[in-house]
Design a protein around this ligand. Structure first.
Ligand code: SF4
Length: 634
């Protein structure tokens, strides 16, 4: 076989297949290291910033290995890019035929049985969208809801999706043509299976069964892994989860109406108990009045469980094919009830490794109870890193220091990676000439009561220099509104505020409106792709530390301190670094892009930790006066 460096060399197969390809040392080093990791059974961690070409750097060794590989990413955009563009390019360049499947979670696919039942129960669709889904369901060849020209409302799609809790598997008369099972079979015979982190970590949490067995794993956008692993292990009790459980039961059984009324009363009491403590996220133990409300919910769940045991066969809505199918239906229903009981029990008995917290939804102000391990490292070590021959972790932002020494300590500690080969792939960009980092004077501190008044003129001046083309990002909604109110009438460019339009429309507006300015919260920092000059300036109000009031953050910090480690140094600082680096990734996306990050938090210039954070960022030219931008945005 050709050596891997010849694949990427001038005149090599990649250059021949990819117009405009330029050999990049960082890309080759990354590919070499990953191939070695595959051959020698080692895990590999690579930070590869924008421009390195990381997907080709892992796809080439992946396809050359001839092994079964799962590639998991955080965003649909990257999954589609791999499936439609990068993998076909590499297979063609290397002349290695490969079977590739993009597998989504069960609830992305249509359930033929649910569709048939629903149409048998109703003459007319309950809404125009549902009518369109019925028509699509009759002709689709894939059952993938992404084919729909609209995003269906959650509670409508739930009535049609292939969710496991409604599926009787081989007892279903559509089992052989089932969209989900056909796709899963395709994945069994694929060389490369592309999934998202939600599905990957859910498969891990369930002990397998969703994904076929694999040899190696590539986790791209690996800075999101801790979040997705925690989400897969999070149990939730809310109006939404109880409603879903009851709707599932109603689909299979004739459930006495008094249960709905009892759960509705119970949830009202539970939500008002949770609302009695202020805050959007707080630990459950801070709310004494939640306990009796939880007991009431638990009693109702016991009653429902007893009813189901006593009457499951008689209450079935549709005649089952046989007793085994009826039992399968009962087990599915029971699983949903027991899962809620387990959530309550977990929340009531705190452990050393898990916490329970209350969360208020931004969308509808409803409350929910969550319970999850705050530290997933032991679990991932045992379930992933010790069981898989080689795991590749890569992202544009996973190193948490400026130096190569110990650059991945934060990632390794939070994910439970004991040993790995490591690389920070050198960037092909000339950051000192392409990027500027402005840091506000030390006296500007976001903790000051008049911060908004002092920061607003700086924001105005930055926008003036960059001629708009900017995101202005805040760590709180209140601060965002304050600064926006001060500047709204003064900015001579088209301006919009987060929330004025749905997120995708807002981004489309930003991409297509010359000199646009978007005021948003820091959630707009990640997963946003605005290529070219349109985004030339990112202004951020303060160093993006995680919120110390967040119960998961609190628990992680306390756990570090109990081990004699500083929570600030080992959690808050690395988290802020990873977040800030995302900003540079948005700004500079090609050798021709130029851009500025303006940090309005003077502590970045005046404190020990501020210097540490700035040193870890790409080597943009630091400026202390906006006059130094003269000619930069010309
Ligand atoms: S096998 Fe399951 S998911 Fe597939 S159509 Fe039947 S019930 Fe629906």
């Amino acid at each position: 076989m050709t050596a891997i460096d010849e694949v990427f060399a001038p005149g090599g197969p990649i250059e021949k297949s990819l117009a405009g390809f330029e050999a990049r040392p960082g890309q080759l080093q990354m590919a070499q290291l990953i191939e070695r990791g595959f051959l020698e059974g080692m895990h590999t961690i690579v930070e590869a910033g924008t421009g390195v070409g990381k997907s080709l750097a892992y796809l080439v060794p992946a396809l050359r290995s001839g092994k079964k590989i799962v590639i998991s990413t955080g965003t649909i955009a990257l999954q589609e890019q791999l499936y439609n563009k990068d993998i076909p390019l590499v297979t063609q360049a290397l002349d290695i035929p490969a079977r590739v499947t993009l597998l989504k979670g069960r609830n992305h696919y249509l359930c033929k049985q649910k569709l048939e039942n629903m149409r048998a129960d109703r003459l007319l669709a309950p809404s125009r969208k549902m009518q369109q889904m019925w028509e699509w369901g009759a002709r689709t060849q894939t059952g993938d809801r992404a084919e729909l020209p609209f995003l269906p409302a959650y509670d409508e799609w739930e009535q049609l999706d292939a969710d496991a809790d409604d599926c009787v598997g081989e007892y279903c008369e559509h089992f052989r043509e089932c969209f989900f099972f056909k796709k899963r079979d395709e994945a069994k015979f694929a060389d490369i299976v592309i999934v998202n982190h939600a599905l990957f970590f859910l498969d891990l949490a369930m002990g397998g069964g969703l994904l076929p067995p694999y040899d190696y794993v590539i986790l791209d956008e690996a800075h999101q892994c801790e979040r997705w692993a925690t989400a897969a292990l999070t149990a939730t009790l809310s109006r939404g989860t109880i409603g879903r459980m009851m709707r599932k039961l109603h689909r299979s059984y004739i459930v006495p109406g008094h249960f709905d009324a009892e759960f509705e009363r119970g949830m009202r009491g539970f939500e008002s108990a949770l609302a009695s403590v202020p805050g959007d996220r707080y630990p459950l133990h801070a709310n004494e009045s939640a306990w009796p409300a939880l007991e009431t919910m638990r009693d109702s769940l016991y009653k429902l469980e007893n009813w189901l045991y006593a009457s499951w066969h008689d209450a079935l809505k549709r005649k089952p094919q046989n007793d085994a199918e009826a039992e399968r239906r009962r087990d599915l229903a029971m699983r949903a009830i027991l899962a809620h009981q387990a959530t309550i029990e977990r929340a009531q008995s705190p452990s050393d490794t898990a916490i329970a917290w209350v969360e208020r939804s931004d969308a509808d102000s409803s409350y929910q109870l969550n319970s999850a391990p705050y530290d997933v490292s032991e679990y991932l070590r045992a379930m992933l890193f010790e069981r898989t021959q080689s795991v590749v972790l890569t992202s544009a932002t996973i190193a948490d220091t400026g130096s190569r020494e110990g650059a991945f300590e934060f990632l390794k500690r939070s994910l439970g990676v004991a040993e790995a080969q490591e690389l920070i792939a050198p960037s092909p960009f000339d950051y000192p000439s392409q990027a500027r980092l402005y840091v506000a004077p030390p006296e500007l501190n976001p903790k000051m009561p008049h911060f908004a008044k002092l920061a607003a003129p700086l924001v105005e001046e930055c926008l003036d220099r960059s001629r708009g083309r900017a995101f202005v990002l805040f760590t709180s909604h209140a601060r965002l509104r304050e600064v926006y109110a001060l500047l709204r009438e003064r900015i001579p460019f088209p301006v919009r505020l987060q929330g004025e339009l749905p997120r995708m429309h807002l981004l489309e507006w930003f991409r297509t409106t010359p000199n646009a300015v978007l005021f948003a919260t820091a959630t707009f920092w990640e997963g946003i792709d605005v290529v070219g000059e349109q985004l030339s300036c990112v202004i951020i109000d303060r160093l993006p530390f995680p919120s110390p009031g967040d119960p998961l953050v609190q628990a992680r910090i306390e756990s570090l301190e109990a081990r004699g480690l500083s929570g600030f140094d080992n959690y808050m600082i690395p988290s802020a670094i990873v977040r800030l680096k995302q900003g540079f990734g948005r700004l500079v996306r090609s050798k021709n892009d130029r851009g500025m990050v303006a940090l309005l938090d003077g502590r970045a210039a005046s404190s020990r930790y501020g210097e540490q954070i700035l040193r870890a960022l790409p080597p943009a030219t630091r400026i202390t006066h906006l006059d130094e931008l003269a000619g930069f945005f010309a």
